[in-house]
Design a protein around this ligand. Structure first.
Ligand code: 7PJ
Length: 278
């Protein structure tokens, strides 16, 4: 299974790690440490050295309660980092975490290969901009919006509803001419979901994986880990790696992670044990 990312092809025959690179002043776990372009680039290159196949660069925090960022400000945060990483590591796939058509266009022109949208390209003009970019598109499920999503998440059947939403968004992509090799889906752990919703989705991840599209998951350092282990955001490595292993063994192909070296090691172990096609 491959994912076509503009000029590059990502081999997903075994699970890969997408390293998280936040360039936001308010991201809950990195707290603005990487706001400066220099340190963001250095951190990104370090994650590539640790084995990240993809680097996910985000300029708008999507943590619960986060305030929106205007397009200009998001471009100012993200673009220099995309350009510098693209120059320094042309083989790595750069993902840009955005919902805005302006950012999509700039990111694609600067060398991004993947667009990762927690709103699944539902903002006005986002889908058209994404389709025209040639980039791979990650469609994520979220109930509500980041400001309010954790207030009272509610589903009749969370697995069914997430599956139906993602199928619908994939269809919307196909309808505007996005090739099937450019589409990935993500159940959006923690985005308008209680602990029980997250666990239910994880238990049934196989059902998502058995569909047409490669599945990406982000569980790293999330509140699911905090709740299960009682750990603060900076102490969630072991729980996060455990969830990465569970997701990969359930067939997820891209694991979004802050702690790249540890996750890469864990996935090497999973890949060695996994039987092809199981
Ligand atoms: C996710 C994401 C995720 C995708 C974030 C955090 C919150 N993109 N962006 N999937 N999470 N595709 O890292 O805790 O789960 S930001």
């Amino acid at each position: 299974m491959n994912l076509r990312c503009a000029g590059k092809t990502l081999d997903l025959s075994r699970p890969v790690v997408m390293g998280v690179l936040n360039v936001t002043p308010d991201s809950f776990s990195d707290g603005g440490r990487f706001l400066a372009v220099e340190s963001a680039v250095a951190h990104g290159l370090r994650l590539i050295g640790e084995g990240a196949a993809i680097l996910d660069i985000g300029g708008e925090s999507t943590r619960p309660g986060a305030a929106p960022v205007p397009p200009d400000e998001e471009i100012r945060r993200v673009l220099p980092v995309v350009e510098r990483i693209h120059e320094a590591a042309p083989d790595v796939i750069i993902s840009v975490d955005t919902s805005k058509p302006e950012v999509i266009r700039e990111a694609a022109a600067a060398g991004a290969g993947l667009l990762n949208d927690v709103r699944a390209f539902q903002e006005p003009s986002a889908l058209e901009a994404a389709a025209a970019s040639g980039c791979a598109l990650c469609l994520m499920h979220m109930q509500g919006d980041p400001r309010t999503m954790q207030r009272a998440p509610s589903y009749v059947d969370v697995v069914k509803e997430v599956k139906a939403f993602l199928a619908d968004r994939a269809q919307a992509c196909r309808a505007v001419g996005v090739a099937p090799e450019r589409i990935a889906i993500d159940p959006g752990f923690g985005f308008g979901k209680t602990l029980e919703h997250n666990l239910e989705l994880l238990r049934h991840l196989r059902e998502l994986v058995s569909g047409e599209w490669p599945v990406l998951v982000g569980l790293s350092r999330k509140s699911i880990v905090g709740t299960l282990t009682g750990r603060a955001a900076g102490e969630r490595l072991h729980g996060s790696v455990a969830l990465a292993v569970i997701a990969a063994m359930s067939g997820a192909r891209v694991i979004r992670a802050h702690d790249v070296a540890a996750t890469v090691d864990a996935l090497k172990v999973v890949a060695a044990v996994a039987v092809e096609g199981s």
